[in-house]
Design a protein around this ligand. Structure first.
Ligand code: URA
Length: 457
């Protein structure tokens, strides 16, 4: 029986808190050996109590059930009890709730999935409180396309791509130890570490030592701290970097090359076939790499392959591709002379029955895919790149730029000029037919700018 049902029965039978001993299975024993009363009915409970109890019940303190029952008993007699922060029961419960919420936050921040070998991603996490069930839905929203498990000593959470389930706890040895994803975490962690902002105490309270042993990046912490002074001195010696104007901005060099080999587009395409840099590869049919002449003067960058592109292995062959083709034809730009690619090379989707619903790639996925795009640009050396929509802009510039205000402008990257416009699938989504026609005409105008710039180059 759960705490709620037992507490309801006890309140309705008017059993005072001092007559109840709560054991860890949250089934109470009554002093005097009475059976728990069989009472039907309900009574109103203030919402703030329900919220507080929802957190406190997850705390690992064995006293939590007794404390909550005492507060419930008292709140029925003193309706503003929860507002009395000087009350010992209330301040203790608030502190426990705060610790539980903090533990959930730590779970969200410090769970690290590793390849289990059977295609599942498995993480080991040891929370201080009983937060696995409360913390797991976050990962279902975050990694809907991945099959994963989070193991802990008390309970395990499993996501099969459609539903969350919970099972018994497991030992640490049931979770894998290390895999290629660790490289990504380590690289990510070193790249976000800012030596000039180092506050060791704050960092340790945000990332307490007890979590370190499960974090692939943990052994970077000591050398990064040790090196911080030297790196800060170097930053100071280099002086202030003046912000560049939009026209001067270049592709930031933060993304590591996927490999050091430069080679040919064909070799790069072959290499990208096996990309496992982020979990999107797994449910996708294949890597959809760019296509077009290796010396194309113009490159179009879209978001990511859609359902049709994923099956065909070619970019822009589905509905958005048809709008794109029509616009190219209208301005007399021959698609076969352009290089066409995407910022993200795998299709990201949520399964819905037989359908696969498109999902927008997130910043991490765009960032992890960026080395492929950089190397396509390096090899093709186009004079002009057309960024189709926000993801393309983020992939090219390494950060978001508003489309509405930058549309139709030419911005400079290191290797080429970039013209920003909307993504053709946006045109498919405009509901009003009149507006759709207007938006399409604007898109054609943008492409005309690109064509004219190319002819003038
Ligand atoms: N949308 C894109 O961004 N790219 C494609 O290849 C298809 C649709």
């Amino acid at each position: 029986m759960g705490w709620r049902d037992a507490a309801r029965r006890l309140v309705l039978a008017d059993v005072p808190p001092q007559r109840v001993v709560w054991n860890l299975e949250d089934v109470p024993d009554l002093f005097g050996g009475d059976e728990l009363p069989e009472v039907q009915g309900s009574f109103p409970v203030p919402r703030p109590f329900v919220e507080l109890a929802g957190d406190v019940v997850l705390h690992s303190d064995p006293e939590r059930f007794a404390l909550l029952y005492r507060i419930l008993w008292r709140v029925r007699r003193t309706s503003d009890l929860l507002e009395d922060l000087t009350d010992r029961d209330i301040s203790r419960a608030n502190l426990m709730a705060k610790n539980v919420r903090r533990d959930i936050h730590k779970m969200h921040a410090f769970v690290r999935f590793r390849e289990a070998g059977d295609g599942r991603m498995v993480a080991w996490f040891e929370p201080e409180h009983h937060v696995i069930e409360a913390g797991a839905p976050f990962f279902a929203r975050r990694f809907p396309n991945m099959e994963w498990s989070i193991l802990s000593p008390y309970v395990s959470a499993h996501w099969d791509g459609a539903a969350l389930s919970f099972g018994p706890g497991a030992g640490r040895q049931a979770a894998p130890d290390g895999d290629a994803l660790e490289k990504i975490w380590r690289c990510y962690y070193s790249s976000i570490f800012n030596p000039a902002r180092l506050k060791v105490r704050a960092m340790q309270s945000e990332m307490p030592r007890k979590y370190w042993r499960n974090l692939p990046e943990a052994d970077l912490i000591a050398p990064l701290i040790a090196n911080a002074r030297k790196r800060t001195d170097t930053m100071v010696a280099h002086g202030i970097t003046e912000p560049k104007s939009n026209r001067q901005r270049e592709i930031p060099k933060a993304a590591p090359p996927v490999s050091e080999k430069r080679g040919t587009l064909e070799a790069l395409r072959e290499e990208a076939r096996g990309c496992r840099m982020c979990p999107l590869w797994k449910p996708a049919t294949q890597t959809v790499f760019g296509e077009g002449p290796s010396q194309a003067k113009i490159m179009f960058v879209g978001e990511q392959p859609g359902d049709r592109e994923d099956l065909a292995g070619q970019p822009f062959v589905g509905p958005a591709g048809q709008v794109f083709d029509r616009a190219l034809q209208e301005i007399g730009l021959d698609r076969s002379r352009a290089y066409i690619t995407n910022a993200v090379k795998h299709f990201k989707f949520t399964p819905r029955g037989k359908m696969r619903l498109h999902q927008k790639p997130n910043a991490m996925e765009i960032r992890l895919c960026r080395p492929w795009l950089e190397r396509e640009i390096y090899l093709v050396q186009p004079k002009l790149i057309v960024a189709l929509g926000a993801t393309a802009v983020q992939g090219l510039f390494g950060r978001a730029l508003p489309i509405a205000t930058n549309r139709g402008r030419f911005l400079d990257l290191a290797e080429a000029q970039v013209l920003i416009t909307v993504h053709p699938s946006y045109l498919l989504r405009v509901p009003d037919e009149g507006r759709k026609a207007e938006e399409y005409a604007r898109f054609v105008e943008d492409l005309t700018l690109a064509r004219d710039a190319l002819n003038a180059a």
